[in-house]
Design a binder for this molecule. Structure first.
Ligand SMILES: *Cc1c(COP(=O)(O)O)cnc(C)c1O
Length: 388
């Protein structure tokens, strides 16, 4: 299903706000309040009884947050969505909504490191087991699924960008009665819409492309009314990782340009990865856009990839020589960034699992931002020349 999704053509990004409540402002207001008052006693009674849906307290419902959730639900083709204070809050709240002690999760290997650590620490303590599989090996996935509660995917994966046939894996999970979840941060709903491929729940770190300006940490989960309702009624209020109205407003602002930003990241990263692949100092480039054919379900590629230098290239000198690419984690904003694999491998976080992510010490991860392809390439080329 490689249908090209054009959110500008079908207006998925347009969510009406009641302009009469906002001084006729074209930009929606930030409803920056912790609580909402009731018109009278009966209004309060009806709201508490749930006879009417209205905001009471911002940890439960806030109009600005709701507007962001509606935009994201439209983009993912979901019935509902729920915002969170971070991508990790979205991941932990989702997983904790559906597993209990004694359950088992099947996950693709090379997960986002903090998701891997969540599974290895808190979930392990709760007696939830995780089986890691190579998501490209459908037989291995099919063998691991029976008896599992949850199938956790990421495609492409975080460092080596392994892509999967998401539709085929989702069908396997469904056949075994296992709830499927995917972290779709890399592709964004512009290039991959997992619900249309049969996945049950989609998670985003909104800190990346959805926000798009490196100025907010947030997360969001989309899916059916029933599944999101379950997260909304338990994990969301009690774990309390709510999205703030101001952060939701920044996300609304950012998402208006999501389609054009994604196309620009794709164009620049495609040009740069092709040149890197042809460069004699480079051994391998891990970028889904270099394959003859994109993975099924993926209609485009973003700006994040890694590559491995040949033996003997000085990774530190390469990084230190870069001017436009700054040393920094995260990605998805305007800025181009570089993360050296050897630094991640030296990280002290527990469980120290860098090996589990497939990271080579000769690799670097790049985020190709929006500064302009030629300037970025010149920066990379000069840095490589300084490192060989
Ligand atoms: C950053 C990231 C997360 C975590 O999101 P935060 O907003 O930083 O909590 C999850 N998954 C992927 C793929 C990420 O890159």
């Amino acid at each position: 299903m490689n249908t090209v999704f054009d959110p500008l053509a079908d207006a998925s990004l347009i969510v009406a706000h009641d302009i009469s409540n906002a001084y006729d402002a074209v930009v929606p207001p930030i409803v920056q309040t912790s609580l909402f008052t009731f018109t009278d006693y009966d209004d309060m009674v009806a709201s508490y009884k749930g006879e009417k849906v209205r905001p009471i307290y911002t940890r439960g419902l806030n109009p600005t947050v709701r507007m962001f959730e509606d935009m994201l639900a439209n983009l993912e083709g979901a019935e509902d969505a729920i915002g969170f204070a971070s991508g990790m809050s979205a991941i932990s709240s989702t997983v904790l909504s559906f597993v209990e002690p004694g359950d088992r999760i099947v996950a693709v290997r090379h997960l986002y490191p903090d998701a891997f650590r969540l599974f290895g620490t808190l979930l392990a303590r709760m007696k939830v087991d995780v089986t890691y599989v190579d998501g490209r090996d459908e037989d291995a996935v099919a063998k691991a699924l029976p008896g599992a509660k949850l199938f956790y995917m990421e495609s492409p994966t975080s460092w080596v960008m392994e892509t999967h046939d998401v539709e085929a894996l989702a069908a396997l999970a469904r056949a075994h009665g296992v709830l499927s979840v995917i972290d779709n941060s890399w592709a964004s709903p512009i290039f991959q819409r997992p619900l249309s491929l049969g996945v049950d729940i989609v998670i985003h770190s909104a800190s990346k492309y959805l926000g798009g300006h490196s100025d907010v940490v947030a997360g969001v989960v989309a899916g059916s009314k029933t599944l999101i309702g379950r997260i909304r009624s338990e994990a969301y209020p009690y774990l309390g990782g709510k999205l703030s109205p101001f952060d939701a407003w920044l996300l609304i602002r950012g998402m208006r340009t999501l389609p054009i930003r994604m196309k620009a990241h794709e164009a620049s990263a495609t040009a740069i990865t092709r040149r890197l692949q042809a460069h004699e100092a480079v051994e391998t480039v891990c970028y889904p856009g270099l394959a003859n054919q994109l993975a099924p379900g993926l209609s485009g590629t973003s700006g994040l990839f890694s590559f491995i230098f040949h033996e003997g290239v000085n990774v530190r000198a390469f990084c230190e020589h870069l001017k436009l690419f700054k040393l920094g984690v995260s990605w998805g904003g305007h800025e181009s960034l570089v993360v050296p694999g050897e630094v991640v491998l030296a990280q002290k976080a527990q469980p120290n699992s860098a090996v589990a992510f497939g990271i080579s010490p000769r690799s670097v991860r790049l985020h190709v931002g929006l500064e302009g392809t030629e300037a970025l390439w010149n920066d990379l080329e000069a840095a490589i020349n300084a490192a060989v």
